[in-house]
Structure formats: structure tokens, C-alpha cells
Design a protein around this ligand. Structure first.
Ligand code: PGA
Ligand code: ZN
Length: 424
């Protein structure tokens, strides 16, 4: 007997920041129930798909200050639900229906939180009827490649009330033999950073949105030096075992064609800002730098790529917003050599996968990424693995919404035939 969708419902739930988000719940005729909750960003790019929030409308829940998502939930229940009932769960078909219901590029009619929740639970249910995990749904045979983690240690910018100008200092355990070993190294570095930070008089028991430490260093240079020292202090070798990655999230402090350093009270022209970043790259064991320039400052990206002192990964997050058209422009102009893949910037699972495939085909590095507002779900780990993404970024090693993804990767490595990705 074929299994069909017997019930489908949207629910307003809370994310890891305590803000409302959309959960989609799909019941199948075999009695199984599947759920998916969508994440939410803080440093969102202007070109992202639309996250539908109630704002000042009649439906808005006042105590959530306009952030409630009742309209998106109602779109699931009133518009999407009738189209899915009695259908066999099929990820491609469900996404085609969502596209038919809302073909706007940013999913402005239904809201990308409504479409992505539906699309995700559709993929999860499709894997279920095939009796495989979500990772195996995308790659049925052969060894699964467990992605290299990029892990947040220090947070600033929009994630830690501007403790640092740049958003994140992260580490990549590229010398590890297995994912489990890499994660152990990273946890040790995160703990060492808390210990050394506390002995310098900083508050280290409070964590930022992604579980990182919000240590208010006076400069990015000092922050990078501190993390390199932490790597050495746990007995690992910078550049050989573990290197640094930065997420500058520069769109956040770009105003009137200038980059503004709040901590230093200075403004930089794009050229000066570029020189500052090139000096950071030359001094510290940095192998990846994300959003060094603002989302529409294409010229600075292209110039920076030409001026790099050594080959490092330059990642477009707000620049590309997981969007085919923006990625095509970046490929043509050689604006970056890697892309951050965030499903909720796009709004559908299948078209997110298409963007990733387009990047892989063009030789760009691919990093599947969580958001600063997350849920306890772990589908992101399966998508990154099944899509052969190479790298994954889900925040720090603190917070169950973060460890849910790391732990799923540990589980895959322990139970499946796998290899550990080596993008560096
Ligand atoms: P966001 O941050 O989820 O707040 O956008 C993550 C990132 O910039 O990579
Ligand atoms: Zn980013």
C-alpha cells in the first residue's frame, strides 16, 4: 500500500533565541510523524528570501513585538495543506507545488519560513518512505563524506552586542584524521579560550547567540592572536592541525561607502579596509575569510581576490544569499572562491541543493551553514553530508541547538561507511 500524507500542520514554536519560528508537522498514513523547524538569522542579507513575520498587523501577538509568525503558519494550514493531503511524500513534487503557489523570487506570498518548513519536512518524510536517513536519501551508495567543521570560538557583531567589530573568530581542525577527533580539538580550544579569557578578567560564563564567547578585544588582531595562543596552549599546532577562519559580516558596518570600526571609532575606505584585512591574513594562521566586504560592494571583493598574499578561502554569505543569480555573477567576476549555503536564505530544499551543485560544478568550496537563531533539529548535518558539501558551520560547541548538529555528524561517522572531508 502506498504511504500518503494524512495530515499536515504548521505550528508557531520558539527558536534558540526565544523568538517565534515556524515548525511544520507532517503525518503519514503509516502512522509516522515528521517535523522540521526553520532557523532565523540576525545578520541577514538584503537579498535573502523573505522571513514572514507579523509586524504590526491584526494577527500579530503584541508580546512578541511584531516577531510572531501566525501569518506564515496560517499560510501552511490554509494554502499549502489542502494541496498536500493524500499525496505521496515526494520532495521534488512538494517543492514544485510550493513554487506553483508562490513563484516570487523571495517567496513573498507564502513567506520563506512557511515554504522552507514544508519543503524540509517533505524531504524528511520522503527519506522515511524510502527507509533511509536524510543523508542517504541524497547519496544512497558509497562512503558518505563527513564535512569539515568550522567552529565559532569568539563572537562579536550582531551576535554579541558588538563585543568585537567582526562577527566571528572560528577554528577549522583541518589536520584531524576524523570528525570526532576534530570536534575534540575544537572543544578543547573553546574551553581553553574560556579559561584564559576568565584569567584576563573577562566574563566567560555568558555565551553569545551561537554559543561563542563574547570577549571584547580592542582589535581583530588581538582576537586572532588570542585564539592562536589557545590552539598552542592545548598542545596543537596552528597552520598544521588547526587554523583560523573569520566571518567579518562586513555588511553590518558598511555605511556611505565606508567600513566603520565601532571599537576603534574609525572609518575606512574600501581600499583601507582591504589593506587591514590583508595584513590580518598575512600575520595570523587564517585559512578562510567570510563576507570581508558588504553584500553589494562587488568591486572590493574582486580586487581582494587578486591581492591575496596566499591562496585562502574567501566565502560569500550575504554576498550570494544562496541565490543562483548572485552566485552566477560571483563566478563570472571571480568575487569569491567559496559559498555559504543557508537553506532559509533560499526558501526551498531542492533549489538550495541546486545552488550548492552549481557552486561545486564551478569549483567553489561549499559550506552548509546554520543560523544564529536555531532549533533542536539536526537535518542540516544530513543535508551537508548527503550533498557532499565539504564543510559545515553551525556555531560553537555550546548550546543543544548547536550540539544537535555536531552529535548527528558523530552518529553518522560512528554508524555509516564514511570518510572525513579534507577541503584544505
Ligand atoms: P546569522 O549569522 O545567522 O545571524 O545571519 C550567521 C552568519 O553570518 O554566517
Ligand atoms: Zn556570515
Amino acid at each position: 500500500m502506498t504511504t500518503v500524507i494524512s495530515n499536515f500542520q504548521g505550528i508557531q514554536v520558539l527558536d534558540s533565541r526565544g523568538r517565534p519560528t515556524v515548525c511544520a508537522r507532517m503525518m503519514l498514513s503509516d502512522g509516522s510523524v515528521h517535523k522540521a523547524t526553520v532557523p532565523s538569522g540576525a545578520s541577514t542579507g538584503a537579498h535573502e528570501a523573505l522571513e514572514l513575520r507579523d509586524g504590526e498587523t491584526e494577527i500579530s501577538e503584541k508580546l512578541f513585538l511584531g516577531k510572531s509568525v501566525h501569518q506564515a503558519v496560517s499560510n501552511i494550514n490554509e494554502i499549502i495543506r489542502p494541496r498536500l493531503l493524500k499525496l505521496e511524500p515526494n520532495s521534488e513534487k512538494i517543492d514544485a507545488i510550493l513554487h506553483e503557489l508562490d513563484s516570487t523570487s523571495r517567496h513573498e506570498i507564502l513567506g520563506a519560513n512557511a515554504t522552507l518548513a514544508t519543503s524540509l519536512v517533505g524531504a524528511i518524510a520522503s527519506a522515511h518512505v524510502r527507509k533511509v536517513s536524510l543523508a542517504r536519501f541524497y547519496q544512497p551508495h558509497g562512503a558518505l563524506k563527513i564535512p569539515m567543521p568550522m567552529v565559532n570560538i569568539l563572537s562579536g557583531g550582531a551576535h554579541a552586542a558588538g563585543a568585537l567589530d567582526i562577527q566571528d573568530v572560528l577554528v577549522i581542525p583541518h589536520g584531524a584524521k576524523t570528525f570526532a577527533q576534530g570536534l575534540t580539538w575544537v572543544s578543547a580550544i573553546r574551553e581553553k579560550a574560556a579559561e584564559l579569557g576568565a584569567s584576563d578578567g573577562f566574563m566567560t560564563n555568558l555565551v553569545a547567540d551561537e554559543g561563542g564567547l563574547g570577549l571584547p578585544f580592542a582589535s581583530s588582531d588581538m582576537a586572532c592572536g588570542f585564539i592562536t595562543h589557545c590552539i598552542e596552549s592545548v598542545g596543537l599546532n596552528p597552520r598544521v592541525d588547526v587554523s583560523l577562519a573569520l566571518d567579518i559580516a562586513a555588511t553590518q558596518f558598511y555605511k556611505d561607502e565606508k567600513y566603520e570600526s565601532r571599537s576603534q571609532g574609525l572609518q575606512y575606505t574600501p581600499e583601507q579596509w582591504s589593506q587591514l584585512l590583508l595584513a590580518l591574513v598575512a600575520t595570523h594562521p587564517i585559512i578562510s575569510i567570510e563576507d570581508p566586504f558588504a553584500e553589494d560592494d562587488w568591486d572590493s571583493w574582486e580586487l581582494f581576490m587578486k591581492q591575496l598574499p596566499r591562496p585562502i578561502q574567501v566565502v560569500g554569505d550575504d554576498l550570494f544569499t544562496t541565490n543562483t543569480r548572485r552566485l552566477s555573477r560571483g563566478i563570472k567576476g571571480r568575487s569569491a572562491n567559496a559559498i555559504l549555503i543557508k537553506p532559509n536564505q533560499n526558501g526551498l530544499v531542492t533549489s538550495t541543493h541546486d545552488v550548492l551543485t552549481q557552486a561545486q560544478y564551478s569549483g567553489l568550496g561549499t559550506i552548509v551553514s546554520a543560523r544564529s537563531g536555531e532549533s533542536e533539529d539536526s537535518w542540516l548535518a544530513d543535508l551537508a553530508t548527503g550533498w557532499n558539501a565539504g564543510q559545515i558551520k553551525v556555531g560553537s560547541t555550546h548550546g543543544s541547538e548547536r550540539t544537535a548538529k555536531w552529535n548527528r555528524l558523530l552518529e553518522l561517522e560512528a554508524t555509516e561507511e564514511t570518510v572525513f572531508s579534507k577541503p584544505f
